[in-house]
Design a protein around this ligand. Structure first.
Ligand SMILES: [Mn+2]
Length: 359
């Protein structure tokens, strides 16, 4: 099976980009989808999955990759109630299997998902991109949450991992996590995955963890999947071919010490899903997301694609965050998930890939 190109889509009535738009991007076979109205811990019901299947397959795409089935906080905290939520997660895996789903992307970050200080930062050419100003994300989680929540409210959008229901209970969440040390979080992740693995094998669905974004502790909350050592520990901790990675080049390379092409070569047999994102670093530790073109950032996109190609990568790949172009602005576009820059990214990646295939 060759590598399969995917495109993340937020669903009907939840994404301004339509499946017929995506159909016009050459080379896309997979819609990376989710039931975005589901809260972490809820079971995804077969009839809900079926209605998405009907939409996706009508356009000739497969629905092999789900991003994300989010993990309930009680599982990450390790509360007794986690059992119920693990059972629900297992039921969701069983419900996804008959629809041909092969990969579930998820993350194990406490409280906050991806974190940025500016969602529409000017790049300098008239486009905007996600931006992380290091000194703004230090010790005030509430102002950062308020920034994201104000945005979601104003533009009637919700972001996975930033559910208003959860953000409204930020004090309670911080209190609940106060005894969750890094070691405890590792243990809770192991507990979760060990219970899932037999079902994953039975259903032929790989669990593919997304690394932490950004790859360091924020607001005193521990983060695990941040570098080579963390990935190595993760894969050995539950050493099962169904325990895999969503290797996100941009999340990892937000720390310039992470050499992503080396990680690809080292762990290629456990990478089920590749996110390709380019990052531009600034000397003070800030970073901005960039076009997929190698020269536009510091992540080494061509070197990474070459590593995947050399390893005979047969998994799924998608452009990750892109810039907002050509009239895409707050209210018309999901931050990082516009149509145009991701389409340009796909053409860049496929160009490089096909060149390596042929010559
Ligand atoms: Mn990613």
């Amino acid at each position: 099976m060759p590598m399969q190109m995917g495109f993340r889509w937020y669903g009907e009535n939840n994404d301004n980009i339509t499946l017929s738009d995506i159909r016009q991007i050459p080379g896309v076979s997979t819609i990376v989808w989710a039931l975005h109205d589901k809260l972490p811990g809820e079971v995804w019901e077969p009839e809900e999955i079926k209605s998405v299947q009907e939409q996706i397959e009508r356009y000739g795409f497969n629905m092999d990759v789900v991003e994300s089935v989010n993990v309930h906080d009680d599982i990450k905290i390790g509360l007794p109630s986690r059992q119920k939520y693990i059972d629900n997660y297992i039921q969701t895996i069983r419900n996804l299997a008959p629809f041909g789903v092969k990969v579930i992307c998820y993350n194990f970050m406490p409280i906050f998902d991806w974190t940025r200080s500016d969602l529409f930062h000017p790049v300098g050419d008239g486009s905007t991109a996600l931006f992380y100003q290091k000194d703004m994300i230090q010790d005030d989680p509430k102002s950062m949450a308020a920034y994201v929540m104000a945005f979601t409210e104003k533009y009637h959008m919700s972001f996975p991992g930033w559910e208003p229901e959860r953000m409204a209970k930020l004090d309670e969440l911080f209190e609940a996590y106060k005894d969750v040390t890094k070691e405890k979080l590792w243990e809770n992740l192991r507990y979760f995955l060990e219970r899932l693995m037999p079902v994953c094998r039975e259903c032929d669905i790989k669990m593919a963890i997304h690394p932490d974004d950004p790859p360091w502790d924020i607001f005193g909350l521990p983060r695990l999947l941040v570098d080579d050592a963390g990935i190595d520990r993760f894969l050995h901790m539950v050493d099962d071919p169904y325990n895999c990675l969503t290797l996100c080049s941009g999340s990892l390379n937000a720390n310039p010490a992470n050499h992503v092409a080396e990680l690809v070569r080292k762990y290629s047999d456990r990478i089920a899903f590749a996110h390709i994102r380019n990052v531009k670093h600034f000397e003070n530790g800030d970073f901005r997301e960039a076009s997929h073109r190698d020269a536009d950032g510091d992540t080494g996109i061509l070197e990474i694609l070459k590593a995947y190609h050399d390893c005979g990568f047969e998994g799924y790949i998608r452009p990750d965050h892109g810039r907002h172009l050509w009239g895409e602005k707050p209210g018309t576009v999901r931050p990082g998930y516009g149509l145009y820059d991701r389409a340009l990214g796909i053409m860049y990646m496929l160009g490089a890939w096909e060149m390596m295939d042929k010559f």
